[in-house]
Design a protein around this ligand. Structure first.
Ligand SMILES: *Cc1c(COP(=O)(O)O)cnc(C)c1O
Length: 405
């Protein structure tokens, strides 16, 4: 999908017909090397394609990476959120508190379980869910909180855990952006009751598709395994009847087929070897962007909390509308004219017609709605060269200066 070549009334490149970059750069791209290719080919040549040893190997690796006791990998990050909500016991009539500044899956997982998502507003400077607003949204029906580590910066996990402890709620961390980040020195993935990862190609580590749930709780882990695979078990402790042969298994609950293939697992294992390198490069690019944009009064740089040692998945450029003659849409188009092809993350979830049909209305979360009017996701990925980074900075600086008020 190319959303950048639509020829509407976009602003031209600042220097007339000459864009800052000759070739287009996009907001995200995977990095695949020979080791990744070999890992996949090796499974195709010699391995089990699914339910094989690569699944366990990846789960062990995720536990070592994060310090979590248990990991259950699954087909994608959305499936990871769904089985987490099921394991948390979310069902008909319950409420699940989440942020509107996220991908729709963070709230959809509550709907899958028959529960109602309740949107709590964000902190206006970190853009993560505001624990105070979460506290205010708790009712007797609340069962869980889905906290998103937006852009890869950790959500305020300590205050959120405290709120969940006080009200007996399950804290699910949607960590689709967070792999590689630490909160107070501890890797995200071992802190919330459950943390979900996504391995979609725009995320820091990819398997084409893929997901995982990490937890320290053995009971939750057993439920995750069930919901991932049809509710079927071979564990004698969970069975009702005596096995009538070695083939015997039982379906003890209603689950899904959310399995990952060994092909994906092999790719993710190989990608994880590069995580320190991915992380270092992303931090370098973010530092360079922050330094350049902090100097421009028409731009606001996302606040970083000291507790989070962040591997950033997204870089959010935020305009200060009072200081510019153009709005976010025009800024976005002006960047496209310079061949810097961006995106916007995210449209507040409750703006979508499906949510409108469910009765949600604009005005629920003013900080989130204001943020949405002012943001653009800039290119950020491992394989960007220094020249790429500098060309993005030049384009942004040119536009911000040219249209400054
Ligand atoms: C990508 C993403 C998901 C969904 O992950 P998939 O693997 O694409 O299903 C969920 N939440 C957030 C915040 C995401 O960015």
């Amino acid at each position: 999908m190319d959303i950048y070549t639509k020829k509407d009334a976009g602003l031209p490149a600042i220097a007339g017909g000459k864009p800052v970059r000759e070739t287009k750069i996009y907001y995200g791209h995977q990095y695949i090397d020979e080791a990744d290719v070999e890992a996949v080919v090796d499974v195709l040549r010699h391995g089990d394609l699914t339910c094989g040893p690569k699944i366990r190997e990846l789960e062990d690796k995720l536990c070592r990476l994060t310090g979590a006791k248990y990991a259950a990998v699954c087909s994608n990050g959305t499936a990871a959120l769904h089985i987490s909500a099921l394991a948390a016991g979310v069902s008909e009539g319950d409420e699940v508190i989440t942020t509107p500044i996220t991908f729709a899956a963070s709230a959809n997982c509550a709907l899958y379980c028959g529960a109602r998502p309740v949107f709590a507003d964000i902190d206006p400077e970190t853009y993560n869910i505001d624990p105070q607003k979460v506290e205010e949204a708790v009712t007797e029906r609340t069962k869980a909180v889905v906290a998103v580590d937006y852009t890869g910066q950790s959500a305020a996990l300590d205050p959120l855990r405290e709120i969940c402890r006080q009200h007996n709620l399950v804290l699910i961390e949607d960590g689709a952006h967070v792999i590689g980040t630490k909160y107070r020195g501890q890797a995200n993935g071992s802190i919330a009751d459950m943390t979900t990862f996504s391995f979609h190609p725009v995320k820091t580590v990819t398997g084409g598709e893929g997901g995982a749930v990490l937890t320290n709780d053995e009971a939750l882990y057993q439920k995750l395994l069930l919901y991932r695979a049809h509710g079927i078990t071979r564990n004698a402790d969970l069975m009702t009847h005596e096995p009538d042969g070695p083939w015997y298994y039982e379906q003890v609950d209603l689950g899904y087929n959310y399995r990952m293939t060994d092909i994906q697992a092999a790719l993710i294992i190989s990608q994880l070897d590069k995580l320190p390198m991915f992380s270092r490069r992303r931090k370098e690019i973010v530092a360079r962007y922050n330094e350049a944009f902090a100097a421009l009064p028409s731009l606001f740089v996302q606040r970083e909390i000291p507790e989070s040692d962040t591997t950033r998945h997204l870089y959010i450029l935020r305009i200060v509308p009072e200081r510019l003659k153009i709005d976010r849409k025009q800024f976005f188009e002006a960047l496209a004219a310079e061949n810097v092809c961006c995106n916007v993350h995210y449209i507040p979830t409750y703006y979508f017609p499906y949510y409108e049909k469910l009765g949600y209305r604009r005005g629920l979360c003013p900080n989130a709605e204001k943020l949405y009017e002012e943001i653009i996701s800039l290119p950020l990925y491992y394989a960007m060269t220094d020249e790429d980074v500098e060309s993005v900075i030049t384009a942004v600086t040119r536009i911000a200066s040219y249209y400054a008020k």
